[in-house]
Design a protein around this ligand. Structure first.
Ligand SMILES: Cc1cc2nc3c(=O)[nH]c(=O)nc-3n(C[C@H](O)[C@H](O)[C@H](O)COP(=O)(O)OP(=O)(O)OC[C@H]3O[C@@H](n4cnc5c(N)ncnc54)[C@H](O)[C@@H]3O)c2cc1C
Length: 387
């Protein structure tokens, strides 16, 4: 799969600034923005066309009539437990005994509910950003991010083509591994490994240079069994233990595979498998063809230049950021009814709209979710305004 450089990231007041510009533009054109008003129900006529919406405000209800239409742009439903349980089949079926479904960041799905009650069809693929896939350690702040290095599961086995598809597809096999840790293994030749990676979500940002990474690697080597962890953190960190999302993983380093595996917490047969998996990987790199999993030869960089490095995270499935399935729409953003024809006067954009992804949220470009929200919002707004 091809990938592209993406730049839309949530941060530094960008979203607030964009929102303010929208409000200013609306008011300049004679529009009115009702703050502290939650949409609770759509108003339909006898033919099922949407002709208005009812909002709830601190001072009571307000009804807004529409001459052109209602655009639902209310985000996803990740924080609505009932909807999560009912609709997030992909995550539920992926979770293991130690996993729990959780979300505190997404919306409550009230907009999607309004569209559904007005006859809108739900996307049959109710994917989520995060929650049903796992790669070590599932955070952009990890030393190598989503780099397709050598990945090894809790039993010491390599388990997938680490470089197949976009980041999320690469990470799907990780969610199906035995409970416990999954680790990324690399060596001192890390720059060559990073330079052959595809651009993508959670990728290592080579434009920042390698100094910080080498600093962590040096610290890991000096730290021996404590790896790159500091003082108190080192005392509290079990070997190879997971960290909170965004905290970055502890890196371990050693001059031989067995010592490295021991630092990570592998023992007995799992430790033997760990060593054998690295040796087998090197063999496949040497012969230039991955007979085991079919990884692209350009990504087959051996782990043979000591010291060797690794970090791991305990597999955790079920924690999602936002949902990306919603009301099915057509090319104009119009919500489709049971017969897959547009419902008059009803539109949806952003995470309230569906049909944008298949299984899960997978991207060939970082920042795809924000860019979809912006682009669909603009195009749908223009269509409704001129229709
Ligand atoms: C921690 C985190 C990090 C992320 N990082 C990135 C990133 O780097 N790049 C990227 O592309 N995406 C990222 N995403 C995803 C991205 O933020 C969302 O997919 C995107 O914001 C969706 O835009 P939206 O306008 O559809 O919905 P939202 O941004 O969710 O906005 C919906 C709005 O509707 C309001 N609303 C909800 N219900 C109602 C109602 N009934 N009546 C009235 N108003 C209502 C809400 O208050 C909210 O203001 C991240 C998400 C999270 C949680």
């Amino acid at each position: 799969m091809k990938s592209w450089v993406g730049t839309a990231t949530a941060g530094d007041g960008m979203l607030e600034a964009a929102l303010k510009r929208c409000v200013d533009a609306a008011e300049k054109s004679g529009g009115q923005v009702l703050f502290e008003t939650k949409g609770v129900q759509l108003v339909t006529d006898a033919d099922g066309a949407v002709i208005g919406a009812i909002g709830e405000r601190p001072q009571g209800y307000v009804k807004v009539n529409t001459s052109k239409g209602v655009i639902i742009a209310t985000g996803g439903f990740g924080s609505n437990e009932e909807m999560r349980e009912d609709l997030l089949y992909e995550i539920k079926q992926t979770m293991g005994a130690n996993d729990a479904m959780a979300n505190m960041m997404d919306r409550d799905g009230s907009g999607i509910q309004m569209g559904y009650w007005a006859g809108g069809r739900l996307d049959p693929c109710m994917g989520t950003m995060d929650g049903a896939y796992w790669y070590p350690c599932d955070s952009p702040t990890d030393p190598l991010g989503a780099t397709a290095a050598l990945w090894i599961n809790a039993d010491g086995y390599r388990y997938s083509n680490e470089g197949f598809g976009s980041t999320e597809i690469m990470a799907l096999p990780g969610a199906r591994q035995p409970d416990g840790m999954i680790v990324t293994v690399f060596d001192s030749n890390v720059e060559e490994l990073l330079e052959v990676q595809a651009f993508g979500h959670m990728g290592f940002d080579t434009t920042l240079g390698y100094d910080a990474l080498h600093e962590t690697m040096d610290k890991a080597y000096a730290g021996g069994p404590n790896g790159s962890a500091d003082g108190e953190e080192a005392a509290e960190t079990e070997a190879g233990a997971n960290k909170a999302m965004g905290a970055g993983a502890v890196v371990y380093a050693a001059d031989d595979y067995e010592t490295l595996g021991g630092y990570l917490g592998y023992e007995g047969e799992a430790l033997e498998n760990f060593v054998a998996s690295i040796e087998r990987y090197n063999e496949l790199c040497e012969q230039g063809s991955d007979e085991d999993f079919g990884k692209d030869p350009s990504l087959m960089i051996p782990v043979n230049k000591p010291p060797y490095y690794a970090y791991g995270g305990t597999k955790a499935v079920g924690v999602l950021m936002v949902t990306v399935g919603g009301l099915l729409i057509d090319q104009n953003g119009a919500v489709l009814g049971e017969d897959y024809r547009p419902i008059k006067g009803l539109y949806a954009a952003g995470n309230a709209s569906g049909g944008r992804f298949g299984w899960q949220y997978f991207t060939s470009i970082a920042g795809q979710s924000l860019t979809i929200a912006h682009t669909l919002g603009k195009l749908t707004g223009e269509y409704v305004a001129t229709s």
